[in-house]
Design a protein. Sequence first.
Length: 61
Amino acid sequence: MNRADVAPGKEVHIVLKADQKTGKLTRGIVKDILTNSPRHPHGIKVRLQDGQVGRVKEILT
């Protein structure tokens, strides 16, 4: 997952910290990108518009 592929306003599926064991995905719109590095093996960490924070697993738009 590349940081350049994720941008505010994009619709994504993320995994919340509490859902990492189950892999349950949460859908939302990216508000902020929290990962500074260009790549991350577990996904780029983002904050959704509703305030939830997790790592991007899939970009929908």
